[in-house]
Design a protein around this ligand. Structure first.
Ligand SMILES: *Cc1c(COP(=O)(O)O)cnc(C)c1O
Length: 253
């Protein structure tokens, strides 16, 4: 580890970096253990650190610890942080529910959107990304189709976003025929109050059907602080970890 007390950091700054380093190491060790149990030590999932509600300075500290992929779920916050941290050349993943009117802003900084869940959003993102490709030369946007894993019979309206599994093919077709968008795979958040393993097993099945039709769309974005082991067991390629690395989020004001 380098630079724990970089010049210019005040009292306590090094302590926060050290805390983040320790938490990050603990999460990496959980990932390694889970991958080993799943017989996939040679295919570790990518780690995206979800930094929502935490200050840009924490992202700077994480970057100094080698983190390159960060996730945010609110455009206003993400756009401000991406601007402030432009010197770090981070990869920004948008992981939250996204209004079509925010597509233009997200296209300025995000490399990937994990929450593509309806045709209007596909169209809005495609248009915004094409404009950015022309004006600033950005690369195509990686798109994960977010799937709602709640059983429709149990779905009391508290589901955590995403398209119905039956809607995945039409979304996949929309993304692949849109210039500027890359279909990379599926994403889900485990439903609240039920075991994560069956949910992620269901996601693995949805992914397999998608890959049968779109062989390059192999990504599975699944696994948060509470359930990363279950996600790795069922093939997650991208983990989205927040609180176990950064600590609990400040309450929403
Ligand atoms: C906040 C968030 C995460 C990270 O959750 P933790 O429980 O803090 O690890 C992952 N995915 C999405 C979509 C989120 O909004």
């Amino acid at each position: 580890m380098t630079d724990l007390a970089a010049p210019g950091q005040g009292q306590g700054e090094g302590a926060r970096t050290e805390e983040l380093a320790q938490r990050l190491a603990a999460v990496r060790s959980r990932i390694a253990t889970a991958a080993e149990s799943a017989g996939r030590s040679n295919r570790l999932p990518a780690l995206i650190v979800v930094t929502k509600f935490h200050p840009a300075q924490d992202i700077r500290r994480l970057a100094a610890l080698g983190i390159k992929d960060v996730g945010e779920n609110r455009d206003q916050e993400a756009a401000a942080k991406a601007l402030e941290l432009a010197d770090l050349a981070l990869t920004w993943h948008f992981v939250g529910q996204l209004q079509t009117k925010k597509a233009k802003s997200v296209a300025r900084y995000a490399s990937a959107v994990h929450s593509v869940d309806r045709p209007q959003l596909v169209d809005a993102l495609a248009k915004a990304v094409r404009n950015e490709m022309e004006s600033s030369g950005r690369a195509p946007l990686d798109c994960f189709i977010q799937v709602n894993l709640a059983d429709p019979a149990d779905d009391d309206g508290t589901h955590r976003g995403g398209a119905a599994p039956a809607d995945v093919p039409v979304l996949a077709e929309g993304i692949t025929r849109s210039a500027g968008l890359n279909l990379v795979g599926v994403m889900a958040v485990a439903p609240l109050g039920v075991p994560a393993e069956p949910a992620f097993e269901k996601l693995a099945g949805i992914s397999a059907r998608l890959v049968a039709a779109y062989p390059a769309a192999t990504a599975i974005s699944a696994g948060m602080s509470q359930d990363l082991e279950a996600a790795i067991k069922f093939g997650a390629t991208h983990l989205r970890i927040g609180s176990d690395i950064l600590g609990s989020r400040p309450a929403v004001g």
